[in-house]
Design a protein around this ligand. Structure first.
Ligand SMILES: NC(=O)c1ccc[n+]([C@@H]2O[C@H](COP(=O)([O-])OP(=O)(O)OC[C@H]3O[C@@H](n4cnc5c(N)ncnc54)[C@H](O)[C@@H]3O)[C@@H](O)[C@H]2O)c1
Length: 260
């Protein structure tokens, strides 16, 4: 079942939005949903063909979203990309820290370099992308940062310790930033997706058996789609959520795990 039609949030029109990892999956749904609200969206990714295809698909939007190639693990590149975006578009009103890579692993295959690489792609850039946008938000009297967490560590999933450690850190980072920037009217929240039916997840492991396991764990027996996550992001980014900060918001059809 696809998400119901999007609500309209008039205050999102013309807002400057940056989505990391916006080329595919949930990030692409964010790009599409904010563009449909009339926001000016830039999205960062390393996936050139996905990024270009999405830019082409949405070129008729009020403000056609701009794909910007950026490896988020390269912090010099992150700084120069944000400088360029701010020069062209103006400073960021809404940052969605979405990019991640949920590689499965056993403990014996993890080296120090792999540990650092996992933290770089799953945790570190969220802090430095936020650092790039906060001064502009302060100067404008406010802003919104949405960080993507994960239900995985809440369910203690197997073979995901590095990713889950980073995702747990994101919840702490969210609270710390919400506290530090609350006086600047910058709201910082964490979206916690459950098992979302993205193209990558479907390709990797969403067999009928896996789907049954997901349904066993969820209160609602429906698949959660990227558009459902985007609907929550629109609400949290809008003025309707003006009093929401420093918290975690689940979009998971009530997923408590199947206990297996
Ligand atoms: N899909 C799920 O079921 C699920 C569940 C819980 C949490 N999440 C979280 O939601 C967010 C989006 O997940 P998704 O399933 O859409 O992921 P995805 O892997 O489908 O997409 C991630 C995007 O990030 C990009 N990316 C990866 N490394 C990058 C880098 N170094 N620089 C720039 N871009 C990079 C990828 O190219 C891709 O376009 C992630 O934070 C993920 O942890 C997803």
């Amino acid at each position: 079942m696809k998400a119901s039609p999007l609500a309209i949030y008039p205050d999102l029109v013309d807002k400057r939005v940056v989505v990391t990892g916006g080329g595919s999956g949930i990030g692409a749904a964010f790009v599409e949903a904010f563009a449909a609200q009339g926001a000016r969206v830039s999205f960062l990714d390393i996936a050139d063909s996905d990024g270009m295809a999405l830019q082409e698909k949405l070129k008729a939007a009020k403000h056609s979203p701009k794909f910007v190639r950026c490896d988020l693990t390269d912090l010099d590149s992150v700084a120069s990309v944000f400088n360029a975006i701010h020069k062209n578009m103006g400073t960021t009103d809404i940052l969605i820290n979405n990019a991640a890579n949920d590689v499965r692993h056993n403990m014996d295959e993890i080296t120090s370099a792999k540990w650092d690489a996992s933290i770089a792609v799953n945790l570190k850039h969220l802090y430095f992308c936020s650092q790039a946008v906060v001064p502009g938000m302060r100067a404008r009297g406010g802003g919104v940062i949405l960080n993507l967490g994960s239900i995985s560590w809440h369910l203690a999933l197997p073979n995901l310790t590095m990713y889950m450690t980073a995702k747990a850190g994101i919840e702490a980072m969210t609270r710390g930033m919400a506290r530090d920037f609350g006086t600047d009217n910058i709201r910082v929240n964490c979206i916690i997706p459950g098992a979302i039916k993205t193209p990558k997840q479907t390709l990797l492991w969403h067999t009928p058996e896996a789907e049954t396991k997901i349904f066993n764990g969820q209160c609602l027996k429906v698949r959660v789609e990227p558009e459902d996550v985007a609907n929550l992001a629109l609400f949290l980014a809008s003025k309707s959520a003006a009093k929401c900060t420093g918290r975690e918001y689940y979009i998971d059809a009530g997923n408590y795990g199947d206990g297996a």
